[in-house]
Design a protein around this ligand. Structure first.
Ligand SMILES: Cc1cc2nc3c(=O)[nH]c(=O)nc-3n(C[C@H](O)[C@H](O)[C@H](O)COP(=O)(O)OP(=O)(O)OC[C@H]3O[C@@H](n4cnc5c(N)ncnc54)[C@H](O)[C@@H]3O)c2cc1C
Length: 325
């Protein structure tokens, strides 16, 4: 078991964590990134990424994250494959974290980039057809279904927003909900019901995601939640929109969070309620949830961390004011 010291400890290795690391390393903060169970973050479970700036052609999510990692390492970041299981923020700085390996991490500043995970239905075929017709992000993947038939599964704000967004690309959007009314805000429901491109299928649960001969999603098997009747619906794309879970269990009772568990920061900044502790990316953002926004927040966190350390060093070096007798 080892103890690792750094000026900036970064928890999480998605776009937010790697971007924070690139900025921190270039500011000579010798950052450590603790990568967690999903090195590279959410983009490693998708295929085509077409909206990350800098690439004219579609790039593959895992490749993009390998490049970010390589860039962060190239400028001097230490990557450690471990998962943080507890943190001590009360007695810092420095802030202490313990890894699943038993190793201890001590950071003068801490940047939390633990992200969020889309919630999935857990139905057969859902994972196998991820990136082959099944998605959890209309903003990310809707463009690939231009002129095609798509379904959105869910009944809350996210589902309705995803369905409305998809009408930019498709004239044939079906919202599938297991109940006979939606949880989404009334104003969103009004927009949904008045949109001629959207049909709502009530009282239907998705039993499985089925592939066609080409290995891509072909149809959904449905069960009526009232009558028990089985049916199918042919679709080219299915968007599971039943919410996201931010990875913030570690910080419960230690940092302020909203009702859904997203970390709260000072508006427009990555600063949490504890000076020297920052949060960036999907762990604090339930609105945009994009790789580029996460990367932007990671950059902001590293810059603010650097300024925080500089201000502390300056205060420590300040000579005490001599008061004349
Ligand atoms: C299927 C899919 C397709 C997508 N497509 C696109 C797209 O085309 N374009 C786009 O812009 N966005 C897309 N997104 C969204 C994008 O992936 C996220 O917005 C982005 O990855 C968020 O980055 P992040 O750094 O905040 O966190 P994440 O990518 O969620 O990474 C979180 C990191 O934290 C680590 N971690 C968690 N807990 C711990 C712990 N206790 N200790 C250590 N590490 C921990 C994880 O291992 C992981 O490395 C897609 C998402 C999904 C799911």
């Amino acid at each position: 078991m080892a103890t690792h010291h750094t000026k900036m400890l970064i928890i999480g290795s998605g776009p937010a964590g790697y971007s924070a690391a690139i900025y921190a390393a270039r500011a000579m903060l010798e950052p450590i990134v603790v990568q967690g169970l999903q090195p590279g973050g959410q983009l490693t479970i998708t295929t085509d990424v077409e909206n990350y700036p800098g690439f004219r052609d579609v790039v593959q999510g895992p490749w993009l994250m390998e490049e970010m990692k390589a860039q962060a390492e190239h400028v001097g970041t230490r990557m450690i494959w471990d998962t943080i299981v507890s943190v001590d923020l009360e007695n810092g700085p420095p802030f202490r974290a313990i890894g699943d390996s038993g190793d201890e991490y001590i950071g003068e500043t801490l940047v939390i980039c633990t992200g969020a995970q889309a919630k999935w239905l857990g139905a057969p075929g859902e994972m196998e057809l991820g990136g082959k017709g099944v998605s959890a992000c209309a903003t990310c993947d809707g463009f690939f279904y231009r002129g095609k038939k798509v379904a959105v599964i869910g009944g809350g704000n996210t589902a309705v927003e995803e369905a409305l967004y998809l009408t930019n690309h498709s004239d044939n959007v079906t919202l599938i909900h297991r109940r006979d009314s939606l949880r989404a805000e009334k104003i969103l429901q009004e927009r949904l019901f008045s949109n001629p491109k959207i049909t709502v299928l009530w009282n239907k649960a998705v039993e499985s995601f089925e592939a066609g001969d080409n290995g891509m999603l072909d149809h959904l098997a449905l069960k009526d939640t009232v009558t028990g009747e089985d049916s199918t619906i042919a679709v080219d794309g299915a968007f599971v929109a039943i919410g996201h879970a931010p990875a913030t269990e570690l910080f419960k009772g230690k940092l302020p969070m909203d009702d859904s568990g997203y970390l709260l920061t000072e508006p427009g900044t990555p600063k949490t309620a504890i000076p020297g502790v920052f949060a960036a990316g999907d762990v604090t953002d339930h609105v945009y949830r994009q790789a580029v926004t996460a990367a932007g927040m990671g950059c902001m966190a590293a810059l603010d961390g650097e300024r925080y350390l500089a201000a502390r060093a300056h205060a420590a070096a300040e000579p005490e004011v001599q008061v004349a007798e």
